[in-house]
Design a protein around this ligand. Structure first.
Ligand code: AMP
Length: 170
């Protein structure tokens, strides 16, 4: 029952957004452990080689899961943060555009990648992340989220990719 650790914050970061705050979940040893236990079970760990997490809350869950399962971890970051050669992908936001980056040598050709973020909203961020992994020669095999806002239909953007979420908010 990890839902009880997720706090709703109305009008953050701007009016009309109901922000799903996962900090109470991280603060609870039981809640955080249960979340990682659940993420470890949604996709068979033998079916992937690496875990890729999206800045910044995707790092928290992705790193904990990678450490638990003895997998490597790859960060996908906001522009200008990664020090080595990068590939970049842009995506649409509600207003304007954003982009994310990955190191060119972050996966070996054909390595299978599980992508992790804290929350699926419109799916734009994760769609760009799966494209980035493909750009550098990796194979995204599934995406996993702690929370999914089902009313935003982010899954549609990720069609063809297995999507797993622990808490669905409709
Ligand atoms: P999207 O690209 O629309 O699927 O947005 C996903 C990204 O935005 C994730 O990295 C989330 O952390 C963040 N995000 C979007 N909406 C919310 C929300 N209501 N509460 C918390 N995080 C959100």
């Amino acid at each position: 029952m990890i839902e009880r650790y997720i706090r709703d914050v109305p009008d953050f970061p701007k009016k009309g957004i109901l922000f799903k705050d996962i900090t109470p979940l991280l603060q609870s040893p039981e809640g955080f452990r249960e979340t990682i236990d659940l993420l470890a079970r949604v996709v068979e760990p033998k079916s992937y080689d690496l875990i890729c997490g999206i800045e910044s809350r995707g790092f928290i869950f992705g790193c904990a899961l990678a450490n638990r399962l003895n997998k490597g971890f790859v960060p996908i970051r906001k522009p200008g943060k990664l020090p080595w050669k990068t590939a970049s992908e842009s995506y649409e936001l509600e207003y304007g555009k954003d982009s994310i980056e990955i190191h060119l040598d972050a996966c070996k050709p054909g390595q299978k990648v599980l992508l992790i973020d804290d929350l699926l909203a419109t799916g734009g961020t994760m769609e760009a992340a799966t494209k980035l992994v493909r750009k550098i020669g990796g194979t995204p095999i599934a995406c996993a989220f702690v929370v999914e806002l089902t009313f935003l239909a982010g899954r549609k953007k990720l069609e063809g990719m297995p999507i797993h979420s622990l808490v669905k908010v409709g």
